[in-house]
Design a protein around this ligand. Structure first.
Ligand SMILES: Nc1ncnc2c1ncn2[C@@H]1O[C@H](COP(=O)(O)OP(=O)(O)OP(=O)(O)O)[C@@H](O)[C@H]1O
Ligand SMILES: [Mg+2]
Length: 401
């Protein structure tokens, strides 16, 4: 990979983001290196004490992500000790090992880390502590030096530095919170899309399963029952032309009738599961439905593309229930069924009658079942049925589940 000099800061930043522990350790070492001149203090015990103080400050920097509060506590205690004992102040002698050095920049780093990683309440307390420490240090300087200008500069510089560190850390925390909430929103949108996909799959699969059951009934039980009814019919014919034992003809007739009734019931059941005409599309299925209706129905279907099998089944069963309602409850003279394509491949079913009106969704009723069924595919049902009529029920469905 080619290295471009202009990109070095960017690359260093990217490396630091990728290796946070090493980057913090390195920063701690750099800060420690800023105080090596303290090793020249004599006696050697004082130099060692000074080195320990600076090493602890550097260690806090290295630990700023893993133990932010503890590390900040450590630098705060060391900083306050330096502010109180590090100057020739208050009439006493300064403690050489506690004299401030460049490594004290660790306090600024830790304050920024506190603001970036901890709640505002805690980081504001940290900022207040730093400002109090600065105040104590400046008070110490005031004893040691008399230049008002320098003191004013120190007040401004220290307060500005600590405040800037806090603001930087706090805005990083805000950015992270915003990023996390965006991530959460994205994750929840993904979950919703997943759920919609799974639900659509379940609806289509169940439509396909019902169709298979209807096929099995049609090709299996229905065929055998038809053969049985025919055989019984033949037996009845044969027996009726002969001098058979008493009661045999009646039994054969009864068996024949039962077989025919069962066949009719099975056909109705199969049609209720999945009308075979639906395999050829909504048009023939709805025509077959209206042809068997006891009242005049005008049917008008114009659809651009065939909806999925699950949607076709919902349209069909909705039309059947609404037609049955108009026949049973409305006292209508005619019913109009309209099916139209809507935008984005959807379909709209409208069933209108000129009856008395007053259609209501009641618990356990057919309309309540329809509303539920339509809702499983995010469809919408609207019932307009004022007293005195007319009744218009509109159902909007997507093109697929
Ligand atoms: N087209 C209509 N005109 C007038 N009243 C209606 C119409 N459709 C429904 N209703 C009224 O709304 C009520 C609820 O209808 P719904 O289809 O939910 O139940 P149902 O037809 O009585 O029973 P089910 O559908 O279970 O056979 C009906 O009992 C009827 O009083
Ligand atoms: Mg009904």
């Amino acid at each position: 990979m080619t290295a471009y000099p202009g990109r070095v800061p960017q690359q260093a930043y990217a490396w630091a983001r990728g290796h946070p522990v090493m980057a913090d350790g390195l920063l701690g070492l750099v800060l420690l290196a800023c105080s090596t001149d303290q090793l020249r203090i004599s006696p050697v015990t004082t130099a060692l004490a000074a080195a320990t103080v600076n090493a602890l400050l550097a260690l806090a920097v290295a630990l700023r992500r893993r133990a932010t509060v503890a590390a900040f506590g450590m630098v705060a205690v060391l900083g306050l000790a330096q502010a109180v004992f590090g100057f020739r102040a208050y009439g006493g002698a300064a403690v050489p090992a506690l004299q401030p050095t460049m490594t004290d920049a660790a306090i600024v780093v830790l304050l920024a880390a506190l603001a970036a990683r901890r709640p505002r309440r805690e980081s504001l307390a940290g900022l207040a502590l730093c400002l109090v420490g600065s105040g104590i240090a400046i008070y110490g300087w005031a004893f040691a030096r008399s230049s008002a200008g320098l003191l004013l500069l120190a007040v401004v510089a220290l307060s500005a530095t600590f405040t800037a560190a806090w603001v930087l850390g706090d805005s990083a925390a805000l950015r992270r919170a915003r990023y996390l909430s965006l991530e959460e929103r994205l994750a929840s949108a993904e979950r919703t899309a997943d759920l919609a996909r799974t639900r659509a799959q379940a609806v289509e699969e169940s439509a396909a399963r019902l169709r298979r059951i209807e096929r099995d009934l049609h090709d299996g039980a229905q065929v055998r029952l038809t053969a049985l009814a025919m055989t019984l019919g033949e037996i009845k014919e044969t027996v009726s032309g002969q001098a058979a034992p008493a009661g045999v003809l009646a039994l054969a007739s009864q068996a024949h009738q039962t077989a025919k009734d069962t066949l009719a019931e099975l056909r109705d059941l199969a049609r209720g599961i999945h009308p075979p005409a639906l395999d050829r599309g909504l048009d023939p299925a709805l025509h077959a439905l209206t042809e068997t209706s006891g009242m005049p129905v005008s049917l008008d279907i114009v659809i651009a593309a065939r909806p999925s099998p699950a949607i076709e089944a919902i349209v069909y069963f909705s039309a059947a229930e609404l037609l049955a309602n108009a026949t049973k409850h409305a006292g209508a003279s005619r019913v109009t069924i309209t099916v139209r394509s809507t935008g984005q491949g959807g379909v709209r079913l409208t069933v209108a009658d000129d009856g008395a009106g007053g259609a209501l969704v009641t618990d356990g009723g057919g309309l309540a079942g329809l509303r539920e069924r339509v809702g499983t595919v995010d469809g919408h049902m609207c019932i307009d049925s004022p007293a005195g009529g007319p009744t218009i029920v509109t159902i909007d469905l997507p093109g697929h589940a």
